[in-house]
Design a protein around this ligand. Structure first.
Ligand code: TPP
Ligand code: MG
Length: 334
């Protein structure tokens, strides 16, 4: 029987109070509560303070801290080589929305089975606080007394538009919301994107920043309360019929949602999610919760009809066609 200590990693070297460290704690708790065996997990990241955090949880899992903006390619290769790995990627807003944008979009298009967490602080924290592509226009970089001149990208909007079938936003300071979201993402068969606003205490936690602790607390609109129900877990009395909806994930797991504001968002409609994001943006609000989830999702491993045995376990004869089979294939083109 494992304890939560089996899900911990090395000590953090990030600044005290960094939002990323809270996300690490929520990931640790979610994987423990979901009963995932850490030895089946692969933690992938790029470069950045956020990308360093894979070292701070599940130290018995596999891990690959890759290069800046290239997490998506490494993750795709690893999953295709060993489809039995449960992939979790931790990236930053720079790593994903600036240098890594093309990889992010193509990973989603292909529906790579993976939990993709963006620890979004609006800055390049590791290289001393330059604005990233998710920094809101006109926000202040206090140290240089400069405002951001450029429009920002919204990670969730991009993910929904690109066809992602599980898209959520949360806040590093809200474990009550983030832990069940991560647990639900574990059971989603395809790419599950969670954009987590994670304030950078050193470069983006001042008045005038839209990714500060105070701003998020004041402007956070939580979309719904929800929990994950595993196949055999009892249904709690918290949720009353008529007030809730259920969505099935793989392995018999279900997400149960209770909407405090009826009809505000239909999480099975992309259009509804995009409208809600646009409205929130106009009002300077940050919508958190599950934004979009499709009950059907065909992951890359199924699209490619990969054999159930991981490719890395097949021998040369099984992987390479015989000269006879090769000739047969060539004949199709003659
Ligand atoms: C190819 C390349 N370009 C630039 C850098 C320098 N660099 C390292 S981390 C980083 C930005 C990290 O920002 P983000 O992904 O938002 O992570 P954070 O540190 O904010 O968590 C940059 C520009 C690099 N390591 N490699
Ligand atoms: Mg960042």
């Amino acid at each position: 029987m494992k304890s939560i200590n089996d899900y911990k990693g090395g000590p953090s070297t990030l600044c005290t109070g960094c939002g990323h460290d809270s996300v690490t704690q929520h990931i640790t708790k979610a994987f423990f509560e979901a009963g995932v065996d850490p030895s089946t997990v692969a933690k992938i990241s790029g470069i950045g303070c956020s990308s360093k955090t894979t070292a701070y949880f599940m130290n018995t899992a596999h891990g690959f801290n890759s290069i800046h903006g290239r997490m998506a390619s490494i993750a795709t290769g690893a999953k295709l080589a060993n489809r039995n790995l449960l992939m979790i990627g931790i990236s930053g807003d720079g790593d994903t929305a600036s240098i890594g944008l093309s990889g992010f979009i193509h990973l989603i298009r292909r529906n790579l089975p993976m939990i993709y967490i963006v620890e979004n602080n609006g800055v390049y924290g590791l290289t001393k606080g330059q604005f990233s592509a998710t920094a809101d226009k006109d926000v202040l970089f206090k140290r240089a007394n400069k405002q951001n001149q450029f429009q920002n990208l919204d990670v969730c909007q991009l993910a929904i538009d690109t066809g992602c079938e599980f898209v959520a936003r949360s806040f590093s300071g809200d474990g009550k919301q983030l832990v069940p979201l991560i647990k639900a993402a574990i059971f989603h068969p395809g790419t599950a994107v969670i954009d987590v606003v994670s304030p950078c205490i050193t470069y983006a936690n001042h008045d005038g920043s839209t990714k500060s602790y105070d701003y998020v607390k004041e402007h956070n609109v939580r979309l719904q309360e929800f929990g994950l129900i595993l196949e055999h877990s009892p249904i709690t009395a918290d949720y009353e019929e008529g007030e809730s909806i259920e969505i099935s994930l793989s392995d018999g797991a279900r997400i149960r949602l209770r909407k405090p504001l009826p009809n505000e968002l239909d999480i099975q409609s992309r259009r509804s999610a995009l409208n809600a994001l646009a409205d929130a943006r106009e009002q300077g609000q940050i919508l958190t919760g599950l934004l979009y989830c499709s009950p059907r999702s065909e992951p890359l491993t199924e699209i490619l009809k990969l054999p159930k045995t991981p490719l890395r376990d097949l021998n040369r004869e099984q992987l390479a066609p015989s000269s006879q089979a090769f000739e047969h294939i060539l004949n199709h083109f003659r």
